[in-house]
Design a protein around this ligand. Structure first.
Ligand SMILES: [Zn+2]
Length: 275
């Protein structure tokens, strides 16, 4: 089974201790495949499921923190790749009342367990499918118990890649948190005709325009290495209560990401004209 092939332990899905990032915001993911928990007076919100093993850790971590996974009401996803979407099935199994929201382009692929991705093709990329309960549009808000998430559809890495923002209180101050989908150009992605999917390069360009000016004070992402969770967690444990407040780090990340995208695009354009 493809899902079983994804079940092996890797450095990315190795367990990581869950902890409180800010008021009502907790880290519940694995070492690299990230997942976040938001607590509200009307139930819980989970952002991303990681891969299969991460999904089981997310459920266990919610319990360890003293919350009941059955009270998860809202489940959202950054993108349909196995390392963020396979674990959604595990979370939904523990929280049958949770409503899964996904973008129009990524939803059918989540529902097909990874089948239909224009680039990651084959059983090694497939996973347990999860039913999507509602489609979210760019700019749409989801509110639960006084907590509001805003979806920003930022395609490129996948056609429905979604970046999430929400306000959160850190050390008594309201800050804008951002969970970055992904802006990486996978090795082998074609940004020139025939593009990996039609319009991919234009999508990356447009998404970077959003990211470069996005409200981002608490910088979080689908992979912990994108924002150096470990170093920030160490600083937090050392007493730096606002260790995760990092607007400069967020800006620098997106500037470097845009540069990397442009460099790759120009490289591919040159290779095409040279022929
Ligand atoms: Zn991905």
């Amino acid at each position: 089974m493809p899902a079983a092939a994804q079940d092996k332990t890797t450095p990315e899905n190795a367990p990581y201790p869950s902890f409180k990032i800010a008021e009502g915001l907790y880290y519940v993911g694995a070492a690299d495949y990230a997942a976040y928990l938001l607590t509200t007076r009307a139930g819980l919100i989970v952002i991303d499921g990681g891969d299969g093993p991460t999904g089981r850790q997310v459920v266990a971590n919610i319990r360890t923190l003293g919350f009941d996974p059955k009270t998860v009401k809202v489940l959202v996803n950054t993108h349909q790749h196995f390392d963020h979407a396979a674990g959604l099935a595990e979370v939904k199994r523990a929280a049958p009342g949770a409503k899964l929201y996904a973008s129009a382009a990524d939803a059918p692929i989540i529902e097909a367990g990874g089948k239909g991705d224009p680039y990651l093709k084959g059983p090694q990329w497939e996973y347990a499918p999860t039913k999507v309960d509602a489609i979210i549009k760019d700019g749409q808000k989801i509110t639960l118990g006084g907590v509001t998430l805003t979806a920003h559809v930022t395609p490129g890495h996948t056609k429905g890649c979604t970046t999430w923002t929400f306000p959160v209180t850190v050390a008594g101050k309201v800050r804008q948190a951002l969970v970055h989908c992904s802006s990486s150009v996978l090795p082998g992605y074609r940004l020139v005709a025939p593009e990996t999917y039609p319009g991919m390069a234009a999508d990356y360009e447009r998404s970077h325009r959003f990211w470069l000016n996005a409200p981002c004070e608490v910088f979080l992402a689908s992979h912990t290495r994108f924002f150096d969770l470990k170093a920030k967690h160490e600083a937090l444990k050392g007493g730096k209560v606002d260790a995760f407040v990092d607007p400069a780090g967020c800006k620098a990340y997106y500037q470097a990401s845009y540069k990397a995208f442009r460099t790759e695009l120009e490289k591919q354009q040159k290779a095409t004209t040279a022929k």
